[in-house]
Design a protein around this ligand. Sequence first.
Ligand code: PGA
Length: 245
Amino acid sequence: MYQKQTLKVNSRHISGINDSKIHVMDKKYIIANWKCTKTIQDCLLWVDKVGPQLTTRGDTEIIVCPPFVALDAVRRRIADEGYVLKVGAQTVSSFEKGAYTGEVSVMMLTDLVDYVLIGHSERRSLMHETNQDIAKQVELCVRYYLEPIVLVRSEDDTIPAGVKIIAWEPVSAIGTGKAIDAETAGEIIEKLLHNGQVRGLYGGSVNQSNIASFIQNPNIAGVLIGSASYESSTFLEMLHALRSS
Ligand code: PGA
């Protein structure tokens, strides 16, 4: 369905993916979720470090998810410099428009992002977002032509209709350094996806040592990276780890 992938870092041919497998695999996603860690300036420094190192053709999509306040600056820098990066929001309001002080709605994001993370476990536990809120956010994203990426902790978290990409993030693995092994993650993701049209990513303590195992797993469509994505140098090390795998 997608073109054969090549990804180069520092002019050296890298592929996150074993070449023999590329033809049977669809697009792979590498998502950097910066959470609440960076100023606008920090975000721009990161993209200026990583962006020039990337040339990509085909089917690896690298998506950065800055805080709302940095979205416009990051998007402009990527466009101006021609970096091969996409932009995602870390969340979105369940409301479309109106008297909801402090909310950022899909209609405000349409010119800024391609993707929206929805239902991160930190949003569910700390901001008390429910499956209903998440379904509403997905519905609004679909209506406004943004691609929702729904994060699920287990099969108790429902995957709303219209979702094409999910990320399975077991709470025990988020920010703990205790990633699930790729084989188990692949099996669980396969079970979570009742619908062949939905792609499943893995998230939770992805780092330089384990990223290749997730990317190479045919049941895993990519990775969602938190802490190991904060530093541009560590992020580049992960891409190099993919190249040498
Ligand atoms: P982590 O975070 O990579 O730091 O475990 C993942 C996430 O919360 O999305």
